[in-house]
Design a protein around this ligand. Structure first.
Ligand code: MTE
Length: 304
């Protein structure tokens, strides 16, 4: 991997720079002086970002779940180097006015990127804070035109066993699939990410384009998307299909509903160090103000 600005910038400076940019001093930040490559991405600061300190680029890109490249946490980094992401296209179909094959730059133009610093809580009870660069999913849906009657959005990951060695075995029923209710997809927190820190999204994090839904367990945030379908029926999702007693469609982060095999009340922050205690897991991963109303009246232990 090439060495860039975010590798060499201590977290504190990165955070200061964010405040600086939030204050409108973009032109004064002079990233070029810090060795930032011309191709580096940037995004507008967002009111939805947490002020918690992000994990390092090294942590975010070295400890991953991406079963297409193997089931070990270090497998995605080790095995994803051969994935070709140039000339990627995403098929948008189903109940949309403008179906078709869209390039990544059509869906998420670099000049429209926002920085969204979000907590990520995996169903396995570890967590991180990731500074994503992406566009609101709502902006994409508005571009393609959602037809009346559409109720859900379905997503699929690339199938390419020659470049995705995990797909040479039936670990999961490929392609990896996910889905959201339309109102969840339209929620301002839901983004399609194409970068993190100032980097183009690394392969192991779901290059070139992946979903990020911060109030749901990480498995909803499907990587390397090649198809988006608007539909009136609740779509299949891979983990529910594999083991529906353990993984549901909603997968909202919920400290009160345990996984059948472990507690969801607390989490381990990756990189926090050997002596750091576990943290309390927050309802909706702390995003209740933005999302709780979507589930009013629903039994969240039934709809896990
Ligand atoms: N998307 C695909 N296609 N395949 C996967 O195995 N793993 C999911 C999700 N998206 C997965 C996926 C899980 S379980 C988590 S926790 C997050 O990706 C991890 O994202 P990260 O590796 O960028 O932290």
């Amino acid at each position: 991997m090439k060495l860039t600005w975010s590798h060499v910038t201590p977290k504190a400076i990165y955070m200061d720079r964010r405040k600086f940019m939030a204050a409108g001093a973009v032109a004064l930040a002079a990233p070029a002086l810090m060795g930032r490559p011309a191709l580096a991405l940037s995004g507008k600061p967002s009111q939805y970002s947490t002020d918690q300190a992000p994990n390092t680029l090294e942590e975010i890109t070295s400890y991953n779940n991406f079963y297409e490249f193997g089931t070990g946490k270090e497998d995605p980094k080790r095995n994803s180097g051969a994935l070709t992401t140039a000339d990627w296209s995403v098929q948008v179909d189903g109940m949309v006015d403008r179906p078709g094959s869209y390039g990544v730059e059509d869906i998420a133009p670099d000049n429209a990127l926002e920085e969204r610093i979000y907590r990520l809580r995996c169903v396995e009870a570890w967590s991180m804070v990731v500074p994503w660069l992406g566009v609101p999913m709502a902006s994409v849906l508005n571009k393609v035109g959602v037809q009346p009657g559409a109720k859900y959005v379905a997503f699929e990951t690339l199938v390419r066993p020659e470049e995705m060695p995990g797909q040479q075995r039936a670990i999961l029923d490929w392609p990896y699939r996910e889905g959201l209710r339309l109102d969840e997809a339209m929620n301002p927190l839901t983004i399609l990410a194409t970068g993190l820190y100032s980097e183009v999204l690394p392969n192991q994090n779901g290059a070139p384009i992946r979903l990020v839904v911060p109030w749901k367990y990480g498995f909803k945030s499907i990587k390397s998307i090649v198809r988006i379908t608007l539909t009136d029926t609740q779509p299949l999702n891979t983990w529910k299909q594999l083991q529906s007693s353990e993984y549901g469609f909603y997968a909202n982060v919920n400290p009160n509903v345990d996984h059948p095999r472990w507690s969801q009340a607390t989490e381990r922050r990756v990189g926090a160090g050997l002596f750091a205690g576990r943290e309390e897991t927050l309802m909706f991963n702390g995003y209740g103000d933005q999302v709780a109303q979507m589930y009013a009246g629903m039994d969240l232990s039934e709809n896990y």
